[in-house]
Design a binder for this molecule. Structure first.
Ligand code: 13P
Length: 251
């Protein structure tokens, strides 16, 4: 059966020193607790190696927030999937709405990134989600279907390694969370789209996380929904106590 996962996305926050401190705190809490979910932190590239040195990646997963769409070569400033994997990371966030919106990521670049992540044994946390206008004009299901369908070149074995994160853009960093029912409806829709392509078993085994102003105060209600398998957490992942409050929503 699918895993429950709570993953932090630190975005462009913390210095290396602050990040190492935060990672140590989260690691200690995860080791001390009896958690009913996998816990992952996705950190800036600069933080991957030092954080890998202070956490136990057997209990606290480590991920990057992006990787390049090329394997290697003259791409100044880019960080490849093999580079990320060589730090000890096991995950990579791909297609975050901030990457789509501010850095022009398209389905084509995301297909290449996903291929390279999988080839390097990184689990992609693949983000999808509609903007406010699409929520209001009623096209949100179609928008999200087409984002998920960007992965449908993958064979079933590769697709089964993907984690999906539904992050309605209007809920990210706004304090405006989707209601638990809105999240459930979209997660069920995504699972149906996956089932139509890959069959019920793979659809049932795909973890679909919710992201967007998820906090200790609303996580329990969101995670109680049958198709919500955890969260991708931004702001609340920057303090160990609020992040762990979300992890504990599964207890
Ligand atoms: P917030 O939790 O800050 O709304 O961010 C969500 C997000 O974008 C996680 O990837």
């Amino acid at each position: 059966m699918r895993k429950n996962i709570v993953a932090g996305n630190w975005k462009m926050n913390t210095t290396v020193q602050e990040g190492v401190e935060l990672a140590k705190q989260v690691n200690d809490c995860v080791k001390a607790g009896h958690n009913n979910c996998d816990v992952v932190i996705c950190v800036p590239f600069t933080h991957l190696c030092p954080v890998a040195g202070v956490i136990d990646t057997a209990v606290l997963g480590l991920g990057a927030e992006n990787c390049a769409d090329k394997l290697s070569g003259a791409y100044t400033g880019e960080v490849s999937a093999p580079m990320v994997a060589s730090t000890g990371a096991g995950y990579v966030i791909l297609g975050h709405s901030e990457r789509r919106q501010y850095y022009g990521e398209t389905n084509e670049t995301l297909k290449a990134k996903t291929r390279l992540a999988l080839d390097n044994n990184l689990i992609p946390i693949f983000c999808v989600g509609e903007v406010l206008e699409e929520r209001e004009n009623g096209t949100y299901n179609d928008v999200v279907s087409s984002q998920v369908e960007a992965l449908f070149d993958l064979d079933a074995n590769d697709f089964s390694k993907i984690v999906i994160a539904y992050e309605p853009v209007w809920a990210i960093g706004t304090g405006k969370t989707a209601t638990a029912d809105q999240a459930q409806d979209m997660h069920a829709h995504i699972r149906k789209v996956i089932e139509q392509k890959y069959g019920k078993e793979i659809a049932d085994n795909t973890s679909i996380l919710y992201g967007g102003s998820c906090k200790p105060t609303n996580a329990r209600e969101l995670f109680a929904k049958p198709d919500v398998d955890g969260g991708l957490i931004g702001g609340a992942a920057l303090k160990a106590d609020s992040f762990m409050g979300i992890v504990e929503a599964f207890n």
